[in-house]
Unconditional design. Sequence first.
Length: 250
Amino acid sequence: METASFSALRSWAGTRFGGTPAEGRAHLIADLDSIAFPLFVPGDRPERYGKAAGAGADAVIIDLEDAVAPGAKDAARDALVAARAAIAGAPVPVIVRINSWNSPAHARDCEALSRLPLAAVMLPKAESAESIFLVSKATGLPVIGLIESARGLSASRTIAEPAARLAFGSIDYAADLGCSHTRQALLAARSELVVASRLAGRPTRWPATGRAKLMSPGPTAFLEPASVKGLRLSPATWSMRRCCGALSRS
């Protein structure tokens, strides 16, 4: 069932934009291919945007979702818009993770991102191709679909078609299924995301330099904010794992 926020976004996107989502922005999608070690930054800490961009990561993901308290989301969004010049001049691609489609903040996030020079937008709890299409149309940006539930995984082959890339939110996925957060327990989900990406013509190992093998543990690379030039960017420990083309959080 659509929420009022999702219906409002559909109406707003339909009146503001025409044509194909992200049309004319192929160069932004190309930027995603160079990403191997992205770094998450809380959206309500704008003083850290620049530090993160120069901390050794090859992309910055500004998080308006889990890293920002509900009462601070409007201020975080305003700070993001105010940082437009810094984002435009960043030496690495900048991605923003917005709030999920059923959040009251979702439509406002999309409107704000339509005015920013970003490499992509990350949609959490992606569960339908339509949600990807609407976010792309509303923002004019490539959309990374973050799969975090059984429903999202079951729709991943259709989600992959309009999405620029698929990503895997492994902790929320494990919580949704009530399974352990282990490589073996999550292997079937990662395998399905690889197949979905391949069928849609997307890279099956993303970040692109990932070396992990589908059917074996393989090497896993971590980039933790607490270990990057002394920055502690979030109360949680964020890791971007190069595993079977799927991004994981731990």
